[in-house]
Design a protein around this ligand. Structure first.
Ligand SMILES: [Zn+2]
Length: 222
C-alpha cells in the first residue's frame, strides 16, 4: 500500500560514495521550500529506484563523504539525536548532512498521496491528507540535512529527517522516533547548487507554514 502512495513529495537522498575528491562537498537541490509549500508539486515520485527520466518537485542530494561517525545510543528521541549531532564540531553556518543506519525502536513517519492540479498549498494538503504510520522495531536508514538559518528562503532551517526501511517498503518524513543502536555518518557541506523552478511564488515561505509542515500536530488515533 505504501509503495503505491507518494511516500513523500520532499525527497532527501544521501549516497555514500567512497573515493571522490575532497572538494565535492556540494549539495544539489531541486526547487525551493517556498515553491514546495505553495504547491509546486509537478514531478512527484513514489518510493522506488528512479529512472533518469523521472522528475521530483523537490530534492536535496549529496554524495556523502563522511568526515566523522558517531555511535547512536538506543532510546533517543528525534530531538535528542539532533542535539547529539549538533554537539559535533561542525559549523552551524554551513549545511550538515547526516545518515544514520541502524535499528529503530519506534518511528512515526508521514507521507502524502500524489497530488493533481490545481494544487493546494502543502500546509492544506498535510492538514487534510497526511498519512501517518507508526513503525516498531524496524531496521533502516535515516537521512537528513541541517540547513543554516541563512538558507531559510530555499530550505528548512534546522534538521529535517526522512526514513527508509532496509527492505525499501516503508518511508516518509520523520515526525518522531526512538532510536535503537545505530551509527551516524556526517559531512559538512559548504556549497549548494539549486535548480530554481520556472514558476515560483512571489514570496518566501513563512515560519508558521514551515512549522505546520515540518512538525505538525498529529490528531489522536493517527
Ligand atoms: Zn520531510
Amino acid at each position: 500500500m505504501v509503495r503505491r502512495m507518494l511516500w513523500r513529495v520532499l525527497a532527501l537522498a544521501l549516497f555514500a560514495v567512497p573515493g571522490l575528491p575532497a572538494h565535492a562537498a556540494e549539495a544539489y537541490q531541486v526547487s525551493t521550500i517556498s515553491s514546495l509549500l505553495a504547491g509546486g508539486y509537478d514531478g512527484t515520485i513514489s518510493a522506488h529506484l528512479v529512472d533518469p527520466s523521472e522528475l521530483t518537485p523537490f530534492a536535496v542530494v549529496v554524495l556523502l563523504q563522511s568526515q566523522s561517525s558517531m555511535a547512536v545510543a538506543a532510546g533517543q528521541s528525534l530531538e535528542q539525536l539532533e542535539a547529539a549531532l549538533d554537539a559535533l564540531p561542525y559549523s552551524a553556518s554551513r549545511i550538515l548532512a547526516a545518515r544514520v543506519d541502524g535499528r529503530f525502536q519506534a518511528l512515526r513517519i508521514r507521507s502524502e498521496p500524489k497530488q493533481n492540479p490545481p494544487y493546494r498549498s502543502l500546509v492544506e494538503v498535510i492538514k487534510t491528507q497526511q498519512v501517518v504510520h507508526t513503525l516498531d522495531d524496524v531496521q533502516g536508514t535515516l537521512i537528513g540535512f541541517r540547513f543554516p538559518a541563512a538558507a531559510s528562503s530555499v530550505n528548512v532551517a534546522g534538521w529535517h529527517f526522512h526514513f527508509l526501511s532496509a527492505d525499501k517498503t516503508w518511508g516518509g518524513h520523520v515526525l518522531a522516533m526512538t532510536t535503537g543502536d545505530g551509527v551516524a555518518l556526517v559531512e559538512e557541506i559548504s556549497d549548494l547548487r539549486i535548480s530554481f523552478p520556472a514558476i515560483a511564488p512571489a514570496s518566501t515561505a513563512s515560519a508558521e507554514s514551515i512549522k505546520a509542515v515540518e512538525r505538525p500536530a498529529v490528531k489522536p488515533g493517527e
